[in-house]
Each structure stands twice: as structure tokens, then as C-alpha cells.
Design a protein around this ligand. Structure first.
Ligand code: PGA
Length: 251
């Protein structure tokens, strides 16, 4: 059966000291009282090596928020999938709408990033989701399908088992506007059906599909009660241990 997961996406928040302190607090809390779902924290690159030293990764997985689309070499300022892996991290977020929107991560670029992440033994949290304009034009299904086709449906079924999908409607990210549980369930079920068409029912049933976008302790129970919502990718509410724990407890 697929894994239930609550993952944090710190984005560009927390200096090294504050990030280490937050990870320590989470580590202490969750090792003392084991969560009944998988928990992952995805942090800026600079935190990874320090946090990996003390994090009990049997309880909290560690991931990056991005990686380069090139293997190595003269790409000033970039961080490769191999470098991420060498810190002790096990996951990487690829295709977040902020990367697509602000940094021109095209489907082709994302496809390369996914391949390099998998090649280096990282599991990928692959983000998809429509804009408000696309939702208002009722194009959300075709958008998410195209995003999967554009960057991950080139993978074999075996490779695809290392992909966690995160559905994040862009209009709900950081806006306080959450998709209703019914809206989210409808598209999660659709995403699972698209995966089933491509890889078969068994792979689709085993794929973890997270919801992201203004998810917090107050709305998580309703979202997580839906059969195709396997957990959450949490931005703002992952920056305080108590808030994040509230969501973990809802799973
Ligand atoms: P949010 O961000 O929870 O702050 O809306 C979610 C995300 O972008 O991953």
C-alpha cells in the first residue's frame, strides 16, 4: 500500500542556525512520539549537511528543494543531484511552481533534473498544478496531465516508483486559499487515473499523491480524510515545529 507522507518545504527561509534549531526540535519531538506517517523536511541546500548529521532519517527524511539539470562541471552557482545525495539527503523536490515560474524550469529542464536525481539515488517529490486562470477555464486536468507527460512519463514503471507526486494548485500556494477537500480529491483521483493509464493500476495505487497549498493543521484533517489524498507538501506551516506537528498528527 502507498505511503502516507507529510513533507515540509522550507523554501528560502531560515538561516543555518535557525534551520538547524527547527530540525533539532522536530527530531526530538518525533523521535519521542513516533508519527504514524512518513515525514520529510526539504530545506535549502546549505542546511542539508548539518541537519543530516543528527536527523534520525528512519523517522524524518531529508530532502533538497531543487537540483541542477546538469551532471557536473562549469555551471557556476548550481548544485548537482550527486552533491545533494552526498550530504545524506534522500529526497529532492522538482518542478515546484516557483521554480517553473521564477526560474524558467521548463518541462525539458525538469525531465533532466528528474533523471539525474534518480540516477543518484534520490527520491523525487514532483510538483504539478494549475494557475488560477487555468482553473477558471476548467483546464486543470489537462494541465496536470501535460506536466506529468512532459517530465516524468518518460520513466519506466520501475523508475516511477521513486516519484512522489505533489498536486499544488498555484492559486492556493501561500495565499491562504485552500482547494476544498472535494476539489482536491477530484483532481487527485484524476491524477491517479492518468498514472494508471500510463503504468497500470498497481503502480497508480502505490503512488503517493500529496496535496499542497495553504495546508495547515485546521484544514488537514478534512483533506487527509479523502481516499486519494495521501498527505501534504507544506510550505508556510512547516516553519514552526508546533504547526508542522499539528499537520503530521492529522495524518
Ligand atoms: P504553502 O506552500 O503551504 O505555504 O501554501 C506550499 C508549497 O508551495 O509547497
Amino acid at each position: 500500500m502507498r505511503k502516507k507522507i507529510v513533507a515540509g518545504n522550507w523554501k528560502m527561509n531560515m538561516n543555518l542556525q535557525d534551520g538547524v534549531a527547527l530540525a533539532k526540535e522536530l527530531n526530538d519531538t518525533l523521535t519521542a512520539q513516533k508519527p504514524n506517517c512518513g515525514v520529510i523536511i526539504c530545506t535549502p541546500f546549505i542546511h542539508l549537511a548539518s541537519i543530516a548529521q543528527f536527523l534520525d532519517q528512519s523517522v524524518i527524511g531529508l530532502g533538497a528543494e531543487n537540483c541542477a539539470d546538469k551532471e557536473k562541471g562549469a555551471y557556476t552557482g548550481e548544485v548537482s543531484a550527486e552533491m545533494v545525495k552526498s550530504t545524506g539527503a534522500q529526497y529532492v523536490i522538482i518542478g515546484h511552481s516557483e521554480r517553473r515560474g521564477y526560474y524558467n524550469d521548463t518541462p525539458e529542464v525538469l525531465k533532466e533534473k528528474v533523471l539525474l536525481a534518480l540516477k543518484n539515488g534520490l527520491k523525487v517529490i514532483f510538483c504539478i498544478g494549475e494557475s488560477l486562470e487555468e482553473r477558471e477555464a476548467n483546464k486543470q486536468n489537462e494541465v496536470v496531465k501535460a506536466e506529468l507527460e512532459g517530465s516524468v512519463f518518460n520513466l519506466s514503471a520501475e523508475e516511477f516508483k521513486n516519484i512522489i507526486v505533489a498536486y499544488e494548485p498555484i492559486w492556493a500556494i501561500g495565499t491562504g486559499k485552500t482547494a476544498t477537500a472535494d476539489q482536491a480529491e477530484e483532481i487527485h483521483a484524476y491524477i491517479r487515473s492518468v498514472i494508471a493509464d500510463k503504468y497500470g493500476k498497481e503502480v497508480a495505487d502505490d503512488t503517493t499523491i500529496l496535496y499542497g497549498g495553504s495546508c495547515k493543521a485546521s484544514n488537514a484533517p478534512e483533506l487527509f480524510a479523502k481516499p486519494d489524498i495521501d498527505g501534504g507538501l507544506i510550505g508556510g506551516a512547516s516553519l514552526k515545529a508546533a504547526d508542522f506537528k499539528g499537520i503530521i498528527d492529522a495524518r
